[in-house]
Design a protein around this ligand. Structure first.
Ligand SMILES: Cc1cc2nc3c(=O)[nH]c(=O)nc-3n(C[C@H](O)[C@H](O)[C@H](O)COP(=O)(O)OP(=O)(O)OC[C@H]3O[C@@H](n4cnc5c(N)ncnc54)[C@H](O)[C@@H]3O)c2cc1C
Length: 258
């Protein structure tokens, strides 16, 4: 089983930097790291591919950034395709999906594509399904468990009330939630091995795309305004009079947590 994993490289959430005042996009000129959301997809892919298959990473990132890819290669992925090109600056989510779809085609034959349900920086949660549409593949979202049964993928798909069991023919694209599996830490041996694993760095032209259709030129979306998120409201304090657990249970039940 060959699995392709979409891996976004993002500014370190511990030091996320700033917005560009003109374009209102996140400045991404410093070092980027593997989005933690995607470490779940990488781990899931490694488990599904096993010893007989191969895991290939695809990423679109500025300045030839490979730090996040090296982390995923150190976890055990075999190789990567990185799309990096100044022409991509200003790309919206659909353009990102079109570019990643081309990179996936370049990566070779695959049975399954994995992505995270949403990234930690942009989190539109739309890129994976757009990739599937561009490639003409079925897609399943919000996977909390993924297994392969012959030529089909079986997914436990998280819902508000629990989960649905979904079966889908391969090849397919599945977006996974955090918690689908526990990502491994790269070993020292893995980190050393990752340094020499192949990263195929390509431009827009290498993928057969026209620079006039990507980046700011090709964006169908515009960022109108960026506003501060509302401050979190103070929580409710429940004094325990011996029956407080009933109110806590009622509160969690209203939220459908239990
Ligand atoms: C007009 C406009 C201009 C923009 N300009 C810029 C810009 O100049 N620079 C900039 O950084 N952002 C820019 N953005 C934001 C950018 O479009 C999104 O960050 C990007 O499309 C991915 O969306 P997301 O993070 O919401 O992905 P989501 O849909 O939340 O991501 C889900 C999953 O898809 C996969 N995925 C998403 N993006 C990538 C990727 N790049 N590589 C590999 N896998 C990926 C990952 O598995 C990820 O976890 C712009 C947005 C707009 C609307």
């Amino acid at each position: 089983m060959n699995v392709v994993v979409c891996v976004k490289q993002i500014p370190d959430p511990a030091d996320p930097g700033a917005l560009d005042p003109e374009s209102k996009t996140l400045k991404r000129d410093g070092k980027l790291i593997l989005d933690e959301s995607d470490s779940y997809g990488v781990e899931m892919a490694l488990q599904l591919a096993g010893d007989s298959g191969e895991v290939t990473l695809v990423s679109m990132a500025p300045n030839g950034e490979v730090s996040g890819l090296r982390t995923a290669l150190a976890m055990g992925a075999a190789k990567a395709v990185l799309v990096s090109d100044d022409a991509l600056k200003g790309s919206d989510a659909l353009t990102t999906a079109k570019v990643l779809a081309k990179a996936i085609e370049r990566a070779g034959s695959y049975d399954l594509i994995l992505a995270a349900t949403e990234s930690s920086d942009g989190y539109t949660g739309t890129v994976p399904e757009q990739i599937a549409e561009v490639l003409g593949l079925p897609s399943v979202t919000f996977a909390k468990a993924v297994t392969i049964d012959g030529t089909t993928v079986k997914v436990d798909r998280q819902t508000e009330a629990g989960y649905d069991e979904v079966t889908c023919p391969l090849p397919a694209l599945v977006s996974v939630t955090a918690g689908v599996v526990e990502p491994r830490y790269p070993s020292f041996k893995g980190i050393m091995a990752a340094k020499s694993k192949p990263v195929d760095q390509v431009t827009v032209a290498d993928l057969g795309l026209d620079a006039a259709n990507v980046g700011w030129a090709g964006a169908g979306q515009e960022i109108i305004e960026v506003a501060q998120a509302e401050a979190r409201q103070a929580g409710e304090v429940i004094e325990d009079d011996g029956e407080a657990f009933n109110r806590v249970v009622g509160f969690l039940s209203d939220l459908k947590i239990i």
